[in-house]
Design a binder for this molecule. Structure first.
Ligand SMILES: Nc1ncnc2c1ncn2[C@@H]1O[C@H](COP(=O)(O)OP(=O)(O)OP(=O)(O)O)[C@@H](O)[C@H]1O
Ligand SMILES: [Mg+2]
Length: 298
């Protein structure tokens, strides 16, 4: 049994012992609704990113450790297919009711270096090949904006700037990419007050508008480690789905349990066992709190 399975089992038994109902399966969240939250912007169909277009330089991204080596590409692509499918359904309401804010997917982990940025980028790429889905990858690891840096947008205005300056339309800071269905919002500058900005009503408003502007958009947030920052908890509060990346054979179970406890009773948490010796280099997917535990390809 992996660290993830043991952690899920322990949390479930703790909930039962405490007399709490185990977390509901995310796909059947009782408050699931087919209607997105109201936003303060008019619905205009597919939003148009207006930042300068970027090219995803695969060789550079591989060299930076953000994409798998070419020889592992097909294995990783298969694993990400298995990881993305349970996330898509509640995000866009494909076959199940749309989960509240299910289109806002946060990629989290307990500790640094577990594979959040790798997962965020490769999941976004995998989602972008889906029919009728557009993906916005957001660098919300504002203190350590690796994706922004590697995509050549370290100094570009981004999320933090839009949070601070209410006159900025966040859509204007989004960069389309050479993958037509994938765009990118950089972290922006001024991370000193990041927790306050990410916890603000303005963040709620921006997050809602990102979904409201384009009904086919899924937003993937890269984020800082749960146990080392307070920004990540602010992000968790706005996310409709949270994917916790767990580095296999590295993250101790108590650490993972502490991280999951910081997320409280969030209704849609899933776990990805990353870099497992037993399954190739990338993810095994586990739903937490329902009957969603399933390995890729199952
Ligand atoms: N599935 C994977 N296959 C191969 N290498 C991976 C995989 N996931 C992560 N890595 C490698 O592990 C290292 C850490 O990954 P990554 O930078 O994505 O972690 P992180 O959680 O974003 O870290 P931080 O919290 O510091 O931002 C990188 O060198 C990355 O290349
Ligand atoms: Mg990272």
């Amino acid at each position: 049994m992996s660290v993830v399975e043991k952690a899920i089992q322990k949390l479930r038994s703790e909930k039962v012992a405490a007399g709490e109902a185990p977390t509901a399966p995310p796909h059947s969240a009782p408050e699931a609704s087919a209607v997105r939250e109201p936003a303060t912007v008019p619905v205009t169909g597919a939003a148009r990113a207006t930042g300068a277009a970027i090219t995803l330089d695969r060789a550079a991204l591989r060299a930076a450790g953000l994409m798998p080596p070419e020889e592992e590409y097909s294995l990783i692509a298969r694993q990400y297919r298995a990881i993305k499918h349970p996330l898509i359904a509640p995000a866009i309401g494909r076959g199940v009711p749309r989960a509240p804010k299910g289109y806002l997917i946060m990629i989290a982990s307990a500790m640094p270096g577990e594979g959040k940025s790798f997962t965020a980028l490769n999941l976004a790429l995998s989602l972008s090949v889906e029919k009728d889905i557009r993906v916005l990858l957001v660098d919300a690891d504002v203190a350590k904006p690796q994706l922004s840096r590697e995509l050549g947008l370290a100094k570009a205005p981004g999320l933090l700037d839009a949070l601070r300056d209410t006159s900025i339309d966040v859509e204007a800071l989004i960069h389309p990419s050479d993958v037509p269905t994938l765009s990118f919002l950089p972290a922006g500058s001024g991370a000193e007050e990041a927790t306050e900005l990410l916890s603000s009503a303005r963040m709620q408003q921006i997050a809602n508008s990102l979904g409201q502007r384009d009904a086919q958009r899924i937003v993937v947030f890269d984020s800082p480690p749960l146990l080392q920052t307070t920004e990540s908890l602010a992000l968790a509060r706005i996310a409709g789905q949270i994917v916790v990346v767990v580095r296999a054979e590295s993250t101790p179970q108590p650490v993972l349990l502490d991280a999951l406890k910081t997320l409280g009773n969030h209704p849609a948490i899933s776990l990805v066992l990353n870099q497992s010796e037993h399954g190739g280099t990338s993810g095994y997917y586990y739903g937490y709190g329902g009957e969603r535990t399933a390995p890729p390809g199952a």
